[in-house]
Design a protein around this ligand. Structure first.
Ligand code: HEC
Ligand code: HEC
Length: 306
């Protein structure tokens, strides 16, 4: 009996070795403890150590082969001569080489035949579109719709001042309009009928109403019929009897609702009194001929090319 009760208080586990104690004997610890947790001093796995060594060796190779050490101006250049900037420059040069082929073709192709070659035409419109955004949009608007208040014409319609064939548009862009820079700039000047005393106020009122009648705008019929003869004498030589305008001198058509400076009686009166003098720079020295041809093709297809 006594023997039995003695056995009961002995925990059975005591008969086995404590596994933690056993490990403790085999592996040393580093001596670090945190809250009673100790750190074993196990060796690194072999594969890990090798990879570590290889990366160090690799880094030496990399330092030598590639730009690595930063300097004041730039990094060391490396034996392979690699440079991301040079790579970009090479890609751009490659791109330009390919464009160059098209640019050469643009110059060699008759202006009216550009649009017959689909690939060339597509190139011209893309290249011309970027020229337009850079050189023309500040006056003609990003989309080419113009700014009436400033007399910058809308290029989206088929109402042209100086003509809408490829030849005409090319000429306009090359030498510009009423500028002093090019002998070949387009030129004409409407007289300032009021300021220079060619017509008195009453006559101007009459002719304003006659101009309004040409485009079927609201007008005073009596004044308009009094203005007809004045128009025929003073204006028809440039704007034509029927008001259809003249590309040769850039005289706008007056018989439609498209206005360069505005179709209100006040705007028309202002034009007749003071005249206007719309100036556009020429691009012959700012752009290569291929670019002028490209932007001409771009403008031509905007809506109103002839
Ligand atoms: C500084 C402003 C300005 C810039 C920049 C400019 N233009 Fe003009 N452009 C004008 C004005 C003003 C006229 C109208 C002049 C007139 O009254 O005849 C005009 C007229 C034109 C015409 C003639 C339209 C017609 O109905 O016959 C074309 C085409 C044209 N511009 C294309 C361009 C292209 C393409 C560019 C860029 C390469 C450009 N312009 C840059 C101001 C400008
Ligand atoms: C020597 C040719 C010439 C004569 C003559 C002339 N014009 Fe003009 N007219 C022009 C030109 C060129 C323009 C465009 C002006 C510019 O862009 O600077 C113009 C513009 C206009 C405009 C502005 C049109 C618009 O779309 O905004 C009106 C209106 C006009 N003329 C009416 C007349 C009337 C009326 C007379 C006669 C009393 C007259 N013109 C005589 C050449 C002429």
């Amino acid at each position: 009996m006594a023997e039995e009760s003695e056995n009961k208080v002995k925990p059975p586990s005591r008969q086995y070795p404590d596994p933690a104690k056993k490990l403790e004997q085999e592996v040393k610890t580093t001596g670090h403890t945190w809250d009673g947790i100790e750190e074993y001093d196990n060796p690194m796995p072999r594969w890990w150590v090798w990879i570590f060594i290889i990366t160090i060796v690799w880094s030496f190779g990399y330092w030598i082969a590639y730009p690595a050490w930063p300097g004041i101006q730039s990094a060391t250049s490396g034996l392979l001569g690699y440079s991301s900037r040079a790579n970009v420059a090479a890609e751009i040069a490659d791109f330009e080489d390919r464009n160059e082929v098209f640019f050469a073709q643009l110059v060699d192709t008759d202006l009216d035949e550009i649009r017959e070659d689909d690939e060339l035409h597509r190139f011209a419109i893309n290249a011309g579109g970027s020229v337009f955004r850079a050189q023309c949009s500040q006056c003609h608007g990003a989309g080419g719709a113009g700014v009436q208040a400033a007399g910058y014409p809308n290029l989206l319609n088929d109402d042209w001042l100086w003509g809408g064939t490829m030849e005409d548009i090319h000429q306009t862009i090359r030498y510009g309009i009423r500028n002093e820079d090019f002998m070949d700039a387009r030129w004409s000047e409407m007289p300032a009928f009021g300021r220079d005393g060619l017509l008195d106020d009453e006559e101007i009122d009459q002719v304003v109403n006659y101009v309004l009648s040409l485009s079927a705008s609201d007008h005073d019929a009596e004044l308009a019929s009094a203005g007809q003869e004045l128009y025929e004498i003073n204006c028809a030589s440039c704007h034509m009897d029927d008001g259809s305008g003249d590309y040769f001198i850039g005289a706008p058509a007056l018989n439609n609702q498209i206005w360069l400076y505005g179709g209100s009686p006040e705007a028309i009166r202002h034009t007749i009194y003071y005249s206007r003098f719309g100036v556009m720079p020429g691009f012959a020295e700012r752009l290569r001929d291929a670019e002028i041809r490209a932007v001409a093709a771009y403008v031509h297809q905007l809506g109103g090319g002839q």
